[in-house]
Design a protein around this ligand. Structure first.
Ligand SMILES: Cc1cc2nc3c(=O)[nH]c(=O)nc-3n(C[C@H](O)[C@H](O)[C@H](O)COP(=O)(O)O)c2cc1C
Length: 337
């Protein structure tokens, strides 16, 4: 049976262009963030189901995946909806506009999206300023955890990528409970090369040095399109550098689930990604004790349970929220141990 969002809100949002619908929703949530929303949004909030991971207390294991609130515009509203953690970003060192529009596409029959946004964001300086203001205002949420996901600016050559990550890390780590190194978005040319053992190792050593006093948990977000050998190497590098967690996975370049006449360039998310991303969660947890945050095709209770059974400690949702609305949080919560 369809929930209220699916019956009344989604048809309205889906009648307009995906990126316009995104901006509209985010503007409403941003406006709502200046008042205390908890009493109104209580009906969406999942029950407490605390989880301790990387030395952090997560009030429940359901998180907002990176990319929905790239600029950290609506943190109090996400917290009021009941997310156990909120991942802001991807943030890059320089502000950038991203790829030309249109760049988000819906595939309702597949419960999927394709995007090629290309890290459109306000840049580390502006976002640090926004976070500082939010903190001073007293509206920074105390009960849920905040992750900050950082990536490489489009104009920074891949050989200089580390400098870019170091800059954003320096500007933003003090606001983060954990920091994610995104080396897996398919829409920044060359970014996925950073998953190679040597380059990833250099990036992790450099971040490790900069993190020696702050000691924030460092998490690496990986692509679903890795061969077994590549995954093996990434796990070894993450273990050697005492990475706190792995997010499996980002969007996929495998578009075989999408009819070729409607296909678009970019990363595919939602149901077609589900199995592939669960297989990666399973492969990592079978081989390593590094905690895994699962992301990819969590759109209902069954797909959420599947990730936990594959060994994931925490879950993140994006496409599921677009299709199922905030009622999805309670639906997932009811299915978790
Ligand atoms: C429109 C869109 C934008 C995204 N932007 C980012 C991003 O900036 N950084 C990132 O790490 N992941 C980004 N993602 C990937 C999501 O965080 C998530 O890992 C992926 O969509 C798989 O989860 P899902 O199937 O629940 O959507 C984006 C996904 C979508 C659909």
């Amino acid at each position: 049976m369809k929930n209220g969002y699916e019956r009344f809100v989604r048809p309205l949002l889906f009648s307009i262009d995906p990126e316009t619908a995104h901006h509209l929703t985010l503007s409403l949530l941003r406006a709502a963030s200046v008042v205390d929303l908890s009493p109104f949004l209580k009906s969406f909030q999942p029950p407490a189901n605390p989880k301790n991971l990387f030395g952090l207390n997560f009030p429940n294991p359901i998180g907002l995946a990176a990319g929905l609130d790239k600029n950290g515009m609506a943190i109090p509203a996400w917290a009021a909806l009941g997310f156990g953690f909120i991942e802001i970003g991807t943030v890059t060192a320089k502000a950038q506009a991203g790829n030309p529009k249109p760049r988000i596409f819906r595939f309702p029959e597949q419960t999927a999206l394709i995007n090629r946004l290309g890290f459109n964001n306000d840049g580390a300086d502006a976002i640090a300023y926004r976070f500082d203001k939010l903190r001073r205002s007293g509206r920074w949420p105390g009960h849920c955890r905040i992750g900050i996901n950082i990536g490489k600016s489009m104009t920074t050559p891949i050989e200089r990528a580390t400098d870019d990550y170091l800059y954003s890390f320096g500007r933003l780590h003090s606001f983060a409970d954990y920091v994610v190194l995104n080396v897996s978005s398919p829409n920044t040319p060359g970014l996925r090369e950073l998953q190679g053992a040597d380059v990833l190792s250099r990036l992790l050593v450099a971040i490790g040095e900069k993190n020696s006093t702050a000691r924030k948990p460092i998490v690496v977000k990986i692509a679903p399109d890795l061969g077994p050998g590549e995954l093996e190497q990434i796990i070894s590098v993450c273990e050697a550098n005492r990475v706190s967690g792995i997010i499996a996975t980002n969007t996929t370049l495998d578009h075989s689930a999408i009819p070729s006449a409607r296909d678009q360039k970019g990363g595919l998310s939602g149901t077609p990604l589900r199995e592939r991303s669960t297989a990666l969660v399973r492969a990592i947890t079978a081989r390593s004790t590094i905690p895994v945050i699962a992301s990819g095709g969590i759109v209902d209770a069954g797909s959420a349970r599947e990730k936990i059974e594959a060994g994931a400690q925490l879950l993140q949702i994006y496409t599921g929220l677009i299709y199922r609305g905030p009622g999805l949080l309670r639906e997932i919560a009811a299915a978790l141990p």
